[in-house]
Structures are given as structure tokens and as C-alpha cells.
Design a protein around this ligand. Structure first.
Ligand SMILES: O=C(O)[C@@H](O)C(=O)CO
Ligand SMILES: [Mg+2]
Length: 252
């Protein structure tokens, strides 16, 4: 079975962020991710990570928090300086947390110039941080209206064009289902580029076993394929996180 991480931005939200680490460990997760860890001292988060033995496998760039702020600038023409400044800060935080991946968010933009801006910014970031693993994630634009990166073909072209060993794809199977209509077929098409996976049920984006998607089949396929990355639970629990973890117990 894959190794499962808890997204602490969406799970165990009844607890303070620092306390979510222990709850995740107790629930059986072996890693965590935090989308925007910028409002809490990095040393406190890292201490919680060490204490519980759960590595922080992913954070998002740039710094704005979950409650507000644009979802990135990497594709926004004219904001290259801001992108670079924010990326430097994300990099410092990722290093302090020993975070494995940094998801670089494209932001809201459109058109050919946005694509060139995204490629240029990602190339710069991949060069600037050769020891960091960077990801890009297609997101459906119903949930995030106006978001630039909503297409897997485009994401593959970008990764191919930049051809940096530290840049790869983040496959969020919920978004993949909304965007392509078949998240498992999508996995088969993009598998060699995938370095991080996020999961949720469809259509409600709740627990993986709530809704239409067949996760036991996907997990078996990941194993057969030899996927060695993390599978992170990024969903909104129907009731409490704890009461909805049947899928994890079955998978584990
Ligand atoms: O799927 C999502 O929304 C997240 O993974 C993300 O990074 C955008 O906030
Ligand atoms: Mg996601």
C-alpha cells in the first residue's frame, strides 16, 4: 500500500495546528502536509514533526494563508519580482520544516503570455533551488475560478519544456476527476511525472470512500506501478476526521 499523509489544513481542524500532528499519528498516517504553514513559527511545526515522527511532505508556495490572498503568482505577467521574493520565503520555510516538496501555485491568469511567465518563473525557481523538489498541480476552475493551470496536457508540456530534474507533477485525483472525468485513466497517462498525490472523494470532496471513486483499485494500481511517493488525504470530512477514517484502515 502507498504511504499516507494527512493534509493538516483540511483534517483535524477542530484542533490547533500543532496538535493535529499527534492526532494524525494516532490515526495511522505516517506523514503530513500543510498548504500554507506561514502563520506559525517553523521551529514549532518542525518540533511537532520530530516529536510525532511524521515528516512534513509538502507545503505550498507562495506564502498567503488559506483564509485569503491569491492562489499564487507564478503565471501572472508583471508579478515576477513578487514571485521571486515569495518563493525565497517559501524556500526558507520548506528548509526549516525539512519539507519534501514545494507546490508552486500558478495563480489566476490567462493566455499565451501567462504560459511563458509560468515557464520562466518555474525555470528560475528550479535553478534557484536545485535541492528542493517542486511540483505543479492542475486545479479545476469550478473550485478555483480563473486559475491558470487547469489542464494536464499543459502541465506535461511545461514540465517537458523546463526539463529540470527537480520539477514534477502533483496529481490531485479529485481535480483529475473533475477535469478529465476519469482520475484513474488520468493517472495512467501522467504516472512517470507524478511525484506527489492528493486524494478525496468525488463529487463532494469528502472522504475517499464517500462518492463515486474506486480508491482500492487506484491504490492497487499505484503499488503495481511501483509508485514510491506519498498519497495525501486532502478532503473535507463529512463529520469529524476521526469518524471518517474507515478508508485508511481498510487501505492500511
Ligand atoms: O487541491 C488544492 O486545492 C490544493 O492542493 C492546493 O494546493 C490549492 O490550494
Ligand atoms: Mg490538491
Amino acid at each position: 500500500m502507498p504511504q499516507f499523509a494527512a493534509n493538516l489544513t483540511t483534517l483535524f481542524t477542530e484542533l490547533q495546528m500543532i496538535d493535529r500532528f499527534a492526532a494524525a499519528a494516532e490515526a495511522g498516517f505516517t506523514g503530513v502536509e500543510i498548504l500554507f504553514p506561514y502563520d506559525i513559527a517553523a521551529q514549532d511545526l518542525y518540533r511537532a514533526s520530530v516529536k510525532t515522527g511524521l515528516p512534513i511532505v509538502l507545503i505550498n508556495a507562495p506564502p498567503p494563508n488559506w483564509a485569503g490572498g491569491p492562489r499564487g503568482f507564478a503565471a501572472v505577467p508583471g508579478l515576477e519580482d513578487r514571485f521571486r521574493r515569495d518563493f525565497e520565503r517559501s524556500l526558507r520555510v520548506a528548509q526549516a520544516l525539512r519539507a519534501r516538496h514545494i507546490h508552486v501555485m500558478a495563480g489566476r491568469a490567462e493566455g499565451a503570455q501567462a504560459l511563458e511567465t509560468l515557464v520562466a518563473n518555474l525555470s528560475w525557481a528550479a535553478d534557484r533551488a536545485p535541492h528542493a523538489s517542486l511540483t505543479i498541480e492542475p486545479v479545476n476552475d469550478t473550485d478555483m475560478p480563473g486559475y491558470f493551470l487547469t489542464d494536464y496536457g499543459m502541465a506535461i508540456d511545461i514540465i517537458d519544456r523546463i526539463a529540470a530534474p527537480n520539477l514534477g507533477l502533483q496529481l490531485d485525483t479529485y481535480h483529475a476527476q473533475v477535469i478529465t472525468g476519469d482520475m484513474q485513466a488520468c493517472w495512467r497517462k501522467v504516472a512517470p511525472l507524478v511525484r506527489h498525490i492528493q486524494i478525496a472523494g468525488h463529487p463532494g470532496r469528502n472522504e475517499p470512500d464517500v462518492g463515486t471513486l474506486d480508491y482500492p483499485s487506484l491504490f492497487a494500481e499505484l503499488d503495481d506501478w511501483g509508485y514510491r511517493g506519498w498519497v495525501s488525504a486532502e478532503y473535507a470530512p463529512v463529520r469529524t476526521t476521526q469518524s471518517g477514517l474507515g478508508w485508511l484502515h481498510v487501505a492500511g
